[in-house]
Design a protein around this ligand. Structure first.
Ligand code: FES
Ligand code: FES
Length: 189
């Protein structure tokens, strides 16, 4: 079910009036807002607590890149079509260009900068290197963030299932066969 613009603003008004609502977006809108319309958002990024004052229209992608200098997350299309901006929010992969920063209030965000364990690369990062899973590298952080979740999905097994699960991540360089090989290597290890 989709939420119309009118329903959205109606619910936001209800939040302002103190009516209890429960969806994440509504909870986020309930975050403290000062006179200039800036909303305080507190969340964890790569295990670290962060607090930002943001315009409610700012995307998570812009907050990460421009406010927190986490530029490993890339802006490709900025409209949900390429997957370059993929990050994890509470363990689910999301497109940060389609996610308002205010909706991650109280959540855990993981970016490409946060998946290595100290100096030790994540197994998916290693597999991308070993299988030449990139050329220009622009799509690569998004591909890796998606792939980290795909290797955890037990129901995704065959080549076609992996391709389907990764279909939201576009690679203009066409590194798809090597990306598939990298994911299979980690799944089979
Ligand atoms: S930048 Fe988000 S999907 Fe393309
Ligand atoms: S490696 Fe260049 S866009 Fe994917």
């Amino acid at each position: 079910m989709t939420t119309s613009r009118r329903q959205f603003f109606g619910r936001a008004a209800a939040v302002s009036a103190g009516v209890a609502l429960t969806s994440p977006l509504e909870e986020a809108v309930a975050a403290p807002e000062n006179d200039s319309g800036v909303v305080e958002v507190a969340f964890k990024v790569n295990g670290e607590r962060r607090k930002l004052g943001v315009d409610p229209r700012v995307t998570l992608l812009d907050a990460l890149r421009e406010r927190l200098q986490l530029t490993g997350t890339k802006k490709g299309c900025d409209r949900g079509q390429c997957g370059a901006c993929t990050v994890h929010v509470d363990d689910r992969r999301v497109l940060s260009c389609l996610t308002l920063a205010v909706t991650v209030q109280g959540k855990e965000v993981t970016t490409i900068e946060g998946i290595a364990d100290g100096g030790e690369l994540h197994s998916v990062q290693r597999a991308f290197i070993e299988n030449d899973g990139f050329q220009c590298g622009f799509c690569t952080s998004g591909q890796i963030m998606s792939a980290v979740k795909v290797v955890e999905e037990r129901e995704v097994r065959t080549d076609d299932q992996i391709r389907e699960a990764m279909s939201g991540n576009i690679c203009r360089c066409g590194a798809y066969p090597n990306i598939l090989a990298a994911i299979k290597q980690v799944k089979e290890s």
